[in-house]
Design a protein around this ligand. Structure first.
Ligand code: M5T
Ligand code: MG
Length: 611
């Protein structure tokens, strides 16, 4: 039972997708069915051993109390054989129970590990649109708590069914062999248990669904609160957040209580039913014994056996009810599994090698899935390879949305975008993303070392000199040297916290190293001081050489040298041209230019006075 090599465990859970949940769970068990069969077989052996123990008990009682002939000759010998038999059977029973437990745990953990690996990979392959509308906390909840309740299903319920059937059949046969009337009288309760447990199954399913929903909500609240802890503190809203959390938590408590109440109502009810069944059996067996229909030894044997006949019946009910939680969680997981992945490698244009970088927009319009109006309206322009385009415009005018169309984070809804003469939609996303480097508006860094963050986009071992060269070009090298472990310093919780400007420069270094043909700089100089901005601009100018560049900026200085400036307003391009042309025109660009120059001159005057 050694573990399977991690690489061999990939299992496409989309195969398991089916409308019927039980079928889905059965499919998920592939590769482990043999282990389950072995586990069930072990249980059968241990159940057999138990049954023989009671048959031996009958023999024991009949030999001592009754008038049975000692089967091993003398009474002492017979008793020794019986005693050894008890010990042997106990070892077999215990050993096989242990073995089946291990097999079940091994299989359940194996299936769950595969499931978790699959979900992780699947979730990171879903579209931007999916991620922007799905709360992170909800996804985390499903990948942890729901996966765990599916695991319990495989560890407990899936294995329990086999055990129940074996125990039932074996013990029923054993009692039948004692006396058939007694056997039939011992299972009267079955239909009652079945009906009651199916009724509870429905109730518990609903209650558990509600409970899991609320738990997901709670983990979303928690996750958001932690991510946004700065905002909470800055606005001193701890009390408000506390109250909100307590309210959600209270709701979870109520739903948990309702769910557990269902459970706790079912168990005693089924126990009472089983208790009556057992009592009835005892009385009936006593009557039979009095009338001489069964031997004296049969009575204690029956008493022992019937306990193990009732046990499976009672547990069948429990399993049916408990399975509901596994099924609910399975359903919640399949909601993720059935989401379409963003195809990465599909596309009619299978371009080889680097793109040239000519980009043409022809009447492009774009609308987010969940919004009603176009965010980009009828935009047309053309960039030659190596040229730079600057986007300028008020906040919310669609600049980020426009550049995000290039790596196909979202699909344009109208018009055409051509890259090197071919429709952008015909390129595989993977290719586009390998050709495009983005320095995001709010760059994200991983809680890994500085070095790992800078080499993130490269996917190979990068010599230290190359990393440092990139950092130098992004004007961050000196800063990194001041950290305790230099390039090995961890970023985030366990290491240094970087300032906004430092993060952006890290992102620039990361993109520099990737060496893309098309570069997108979203506001990448907005959160740095003037001096650093000058340094970065120099670095960026080097970075922009021979690459088609889209630069989004708010300052005229950052866009002045661009080959083409697009002035955007409410999703439309209202002015387009080079700096000189635009300044000469009456329009938004000149207004922005005049305001910014006036502010700059006033600032300089003030500084001169102070100086
Ligand atoms: C333009 C809307 C947003 C705004 C408009 C990212 C995103 C944006 N929008 C959505 O409806 N869904 C989304 O997922 O689109 O937004 P933008 O392109 O981000 O604007 P910008 O980059 O020009 O603004 P800024 O502030 O970065 O300068 O109405 O609601
Ligand atoms: Mg933006």
């Amino acid at each position: 039972m050694s573990s399977i090599a991690p690489t061999s465990t990939y299992f496409d859970f989309r195969q398991a997708l089916t409308a019927k949940k039980m079928t889905g769970l059965w499919r998920m068990m592939s590769d482990y069915r043999l282990a389950y069969a072995a586990a069930n077989l072990s249980l059968a052996v241990s159940a057999l051993a138990k049954m023989f123990t009671y048959l031996l008990l009958r023999n024991f009682a009949d030999t001592i109390l009754g008038d049975a002939v000692p089967f091993a000759g003398t009474l002492e010998r017979t008793l020794i054989v019986i005693a050894l038999g008890f010990v042997g059977l106990a070892i077999v029973e215990g050993g096989f129970t242990y073995f089946s437990g291990r097999l079940a745990a091994y299989s359940a953990e194996g299936i769950t590990r595969r499931l978790r690996n699959f979900l992780f990979d699947h979730i990171q392959r879903l579209s931007f649109a999916y991620h922007s509308k799905t709360p992170t906390g909800d996804l985390i909840e499903r990948v942890t708590s729901d996966v765990d309740s599916v695991r319990s299903f495989f560890n407990e319920q899936a294995i329990g069914i086999g055990r129940i059937v074996f125990l039932f059949v074996i013990n029923f046969a054993a009692i039948w062999q004692l006396n058939w009337k007694l056997a039939l009288a011992s299972i009267v309760v079955i239909p009652i248990i079945l009906i009651v447990s199916l009724w509870f199954f429905k109730k518990v399913t609903k209650a558990y669904e509600k409970y899991q929903e609320q738990e997901a909500l709670l983990s979303t609240t928690l996750q958001e609160n932690l991510t946004g802890v700065r905002v909470v503190k800055a606005f001193a809203r701890q009390e408000y957040e506390k109250a909100k959390f307590e309210k959600d938590n209270w709701e979870k408590f109520l739903r948990g209580k309702a769910f557990l109440r269902m459970h706790s109502l079912f168990w005693p009810l089924s126990d009472i039913a089983c208790g009556f069944q057992m009592l009835g059996g005892f009385i009936y067996a006593a009557i039979l014994a009095i009338h001489g229909e069964i031997t004296v030894g049969t009575y204690p044997a029956y008493v022992g056996l019937v306990v193990w006949l009732i046990w499976p019946m009672r547990n069948l009910g429990r399993i049916i009810v408990q399975t509901s939680t596994g099924l609910v969680s399975y359903g919640r997981l399949m909601e993720i599994v059935k989401q379409e992945r963003e195809p990465l490698t599909e596309g009619r244009v299978q371009a080889q090698g680097p793109a040239r970088g000519e980009i043409v927009f022809e009447n492009v319009s774009f609308q987010y899935e969940d919004s009603s109006a176009n965010v980009i309206k009828d935009v047309s322009f053309r960039v030659l390879p190596g040229q730079s385009v600057a986007l300028l415009g008020s906040t919310g005018s669609g600049k980020t949305s426009l550049v995000n169309l290039l790596p196909r984070f979202h699909e344009y809804t109208d018009g055409h975008i051509l890259l090197d003469g071919a429709e952008l939609k015909d390129y595989p996303r993977q290719y586009l993303r390998s050709q495009i480097g983005i320095v995001e508006q709010e760059p994200f860094l991983f809680s890994r070392s500085i070095g790992e963050n800078i080499t993130y986009g490269v996917g190979r071992d990068v010599p230290q000199e190359e990393i440092e060269a990139a950092a130098q070009a992004a004007a961050i090298h000196e800063v990194i040297l001041t950290f305790p472990d230099g390039y090995k310093t961890l970023v985030g919780e366990k290491g240094v916290t970087l300032s906004g400007g430092q993060r952006q420069r890290m992102a620039i270094a990361r993109t520099l190293l990737k060496n893309p043909r098309i570069l997108i700089l979203d506001d990448s100089t907005s959160s740095v001081d003037t001096e650093t901005e000058a340094e970065i601009r120099a670095a960026l100018n080097r970075l922009m050489e021979n690459r088609t560049t889209f630069i989004i900026a708010h300052r005229i200085q950052s866009v002045m040298n661009a080959d083409l400036i697009l002035v955007m307003d409410k999703g439309a391009v209202v002015q387009m041209g080079r700096h000189e042309e635009l300044v000469a025109q009456d329009g938004m660009y000149r207004q922005i230019y005049e305001i910014q120059t006036r502010i700059d001159t006033e600032l300089e005057d003030e500084l001169a006075k102070v100086g």
